[in-house]
Design a protein around this ligand. Structure first.
Ligand code: ACO
Length: 431
């Protein structure tokens, strides 16, 4: 239950006046509790895009958008990316604390045990057309998991860990198989000898003719990128997971819906759009000034992709880490990607332009992650799949939190109706 503060706020409308409770979060958030608004005044709150609406109370993730800070269960994301592996971060998000060595070993063991997908599911891949977007395949395969594996029913830790590791591990296998399908190569099975990101890269890039050599720097960079993506409060896809889950839908169905929301290019799909934008600028002779002027025109289709955020009004802390990760990776791999130079110039120009600074438009996580994936040889259609793999622990943690919440209610917003007034009509059904 959220903390009720002694403060209240008074709302007056015409003759009516209403005292609204004020709720305080643990890190300084303040919320006006309007649950009684409609009952007492007949009015509803109008807030398109939920920009000012806290749809739930949560203990998983805290974002300070003004200071550019992000915490998972109280730990700064930079600290976790530097000192912990993605699998530990996943455990942290789900359980609320980092695993001890025994818990870590057991979690890894379960990840290995559940990494295969049912042989029958492999037939599904064959029927997708050539060029099918892997995000569509990913979502369809995740909802299909619910036809092969039991729903999560018990709230025992044991049962939760089995379901969580099953989904985490199988999503990675499905992601790699989607890639293999898109390039027309045979599937490579997961290996119990490899760790989470090693396995993913090996399943994607090794084949009967290629002996893919795992590079520890590439592996560690990918692991850190997944950690950067692991949770982000009530973003569009997580809210979708909660919304679908609120109707009583199972975890697989809820996550499949979240994957679809993430695919949109205003959300996780932006990492693919950033690279496409940088390529357009390169084809235009590297003219970043023209791209910036176009972005300022107000035309949504010409926005700077990878810029701006609903919550951050300063530099996204994840983008800062991703920028450094790319820099170090490119140096290690001896890569000189011309799109990187364009990205740096674009950022510099935008951040010295009052249009962007006055609106608080800074690079977000997607601005540099596309370059990282590209340097690893991951094709652009897979970028958002990588994001989904990273975000999965957050989706699961939110689904579980909502599932266990005694105050949970089905998500059912109101609307402000602007259609025709009731028209004269007769029906034998009306009494
Ligand atoms: N380029 C140019 N102008 C922008 C951009 C941009 N990328 N983003 C916002 N603006 C402008 C808007 O035109 C608006 O200007 P106005 O006040 O003159 O009308 C103002 O900034 C506020 O924009 P909103 O659309 O109200 O911001 P909102 O919070 O609704 O949208 C969003 C946030 C969707 C991220 C937006 O900034 C955007 O479209 N960015 C590009 C897509 C992107 O990078 N998405 C990834 C986000 S991070 C993630 O989901 C993982």
């Amino acid at each position: 239950m959220q903390e009720k503060s002694p403060e209240t706020a008074e709302l007056r409308y015409g003759e009516k006046s209403l005292e609204l409770p004020v709720l305080k979060g643990t890190a300084g958030d303040t919320a006006l509790d309007i649950r009684s608004l409609r009952k007492l005044t007949g009015m509803v709150a109008f807030d398109p895009g939920f920009a000012n609406t806290a749809s739930c109370a949560s203990r998983i993730c805290y974002i300070d958008g003004e200071k550019g800070q992000l915490f998972y269960r109280g730990y700064p994301v930079e600290y976790l990316a530097e000192n912990h592996e993605f699998v530990e971060v996943a455990y942290l998000l789900v359980h609320g604390q980092l695993p001890d060595p025994d818990e870590r070993a057991r979690f890894s063991e379960l990840l290995n045990r559940h990494s295969l997908i049912h042989e029958d599911m492999q037939h599904f891949f064959r029927n997708y057309p050539e060029g099918a977007h892997p995000m569509a395949i990913l979502s369809a395969m995740v909802v299909s998991l619910s036809t092969f594996y039991p729903e999560l029913e018990a709230s025992e830790d044991e049962e939760i860990d089995i379901t969580v590791t099953r989904l985490l591990s199988k999503l990675r296998t499905i992601a790699a198989f989607s890639y293999k399908k898109s390039v027309g190569e045979a599937f490579v099975y997961p290996s119990y000898k490899l760790k989470y990101c090693e396995n993913l890269l090996n399943m994607m890039f090794s084949s009967s003719v290629v002996d893919y050599q795992l590079d520890p720097v590439v592996v560690r960079t990918l692991d850190r990128v997944l950690t950067l993506h692991a949770d982000h409060g009530q973003n569009c896809s997580t809210t979708t997971v909660r919304m679908v889950g609120s109707a009583g839908a199972n975890l697989y169905a809820s996550v499949a819906a979240g994957i679809c929301a993430l695919w949109g290019n205003l959300h996780g799909g932006a990492n693919q759009s950033v690279i496409e934008m940088l390529e357009r600028i390169a084809a235009d002779g590297g003219n970043v000034e023209r791209a910036i002027e176009a972005a300022k025109s107000g035309d949504r289709a010409r926005r700077l992709m990878g810029f701006g955020h609903r919550v951050y009004k300063t530099y996204d802390p994840r983008a800062r880490v991703a920028k450094k990760l790319y820099h170090d990776l490119a140096r290690h791999l001896n890569i000189d990607d011309p799109l990187h130079e364009i990205a740096l110039r674009l950022e510099e120009k935008a951040l010295s332009d009052p249009y962007f600074t006055e609106r608080g438009l800074y690079p977000n996580i997607d601005f540099y992650t596309g370059l990282i994936f590209r340097a690893m040889g991951i094709p652009r259609e897979m970028f958002t799949v990588m994001f989904a793999l990273g975000r999965l622990p957050g989706w699961i943690a939110h689904w579980l939190e909502q599932h266990a919440d005694p105050e949970k209610r089905i998500a059912r917003p109101r609307q402000l109706y602007l259609g025709p007034e009731p028209r004269p009509s007769q029906s034998s059904f009306s009494s």
